[in-house]
Design a protein around this ligand. Sequence first.
Ligand code: CAO
Length: 394
Amino acid sequence: MLFEIKIPDIGSDELEVTEIFVKVDDIIKENQNLITIEGDKTSLEIPSTKSGIIKEIKVNIGDKIKTNSTIIILDDNIKKKTDNLINNKNKKNNESNEEIHASPLIRNLSRKFNIDLKKINGTGLKGRIIKEDIDLYIKKKEDQLNLNDNYIQKQQNLNEFNNTKKIKINNLQIISGKNLLKNWITIPHVTIFDKINITDLEIFRKKQNIILIKNKQNIKITPLVFIIKAVEIALNNMPKFNSSLSEDGKFLKLKNDINIGVAVETKRGLIVPVIKNIKYKKIIDIAKSLIKISKKAKNGFLNKNDIINGSFTISSLGHIGTTNFTPIINSPEIAILGVSKFNIEPIWYKKKFIPKLILPISLSFDHRVIDGADGARFINQIKYILSDIRNFIM
Ligand code: CAO
């Protein structure tokens, strides 16, 4: 006899089919999961209310369905035969997808980290895969990676370097190293590069610093201060760059506050203190905040509040050198700006080359959120503001 297996009462919402675990001709047991349906805040697996053979699947991935929608047509006529087949099938094929017992949360996690659930031994009730199993699997993979690294390292030591010296990596570097690795692996980075003519800006900046000295104010405005201001204006105009992607990758959280992190080199390693609520701050106030926070970082006096809630990061190697580099996004942020050293370059103007001060910058962004065109638009805004100081007031 043919039966329709339907969606049970899920309220009045329409939910989307995100996974189908079965196919036509599959022999299924009562309570075996058939599909996953998801809404903004829910994720449900729908089990079969009967055993039998699947004759027809009435839904496709992406379909919106509601209470009482038919999922499959099932033939339960061959119940006995089915039971035998189920037993045989279980013995032979207990790795098949529909046999995996895991909650929607675990299935979401596995999709997010690209983990094949068939490779995991569930330790929950009746072999159910639980979060601890996923954690253990990831840990094992990490250990494997470390082992490979150790192996390569050992080979190098044995083959080439007999005379070596061990240097201990400090805790800050270990923690930031782990974060950098995670961000580099899990975020699809795109980096775009550009150059900005900051000749006029530098003339203006130097004048301002002379005035500050004359006024006996112990503040120096570095180029980075103007860059922070330009980024703030660009973030105001393009709020997607001042956002975070939700864990399930389905929506963006746009932030109202603009809090800019600045990578600071310290004796213990790189640290990113955050200048908070930068919206509408004046250049001189940004300069004061940058001096304060970088001093605190270099002297090891930052507290937890100084390093949390950043919404965008700037990493400047300008005072050291480099023509360009690819900065790694500071998750959960969406983008990061790299600043390299400015230099005099010949720029073609009307009929001749003239020397101009050129600042190279690079922007890495999360390609799941930002496309190349918007990346280029963002960098153009920064360029527009920094290449003509008058644009600051526009
Ligand atoms: N090109 C050329 N010179 C630059 C420059 C640039 N892009 N940016 C700054 N400078 C100059 C400054 O003008 C200053 O020179 P003067 O004293 O003659 O004016 C000098 O370099 C030193 O600047 P600073 O480092 O004191 O100040 P800052 O505001 O530029 O930077 C801070 C502050 C804390 C960000 C910086 O000291 C720092 O620690 N940077 C490290 C960042 C880093 O390591 N990033 C990692 C990248 S990837 O791992």
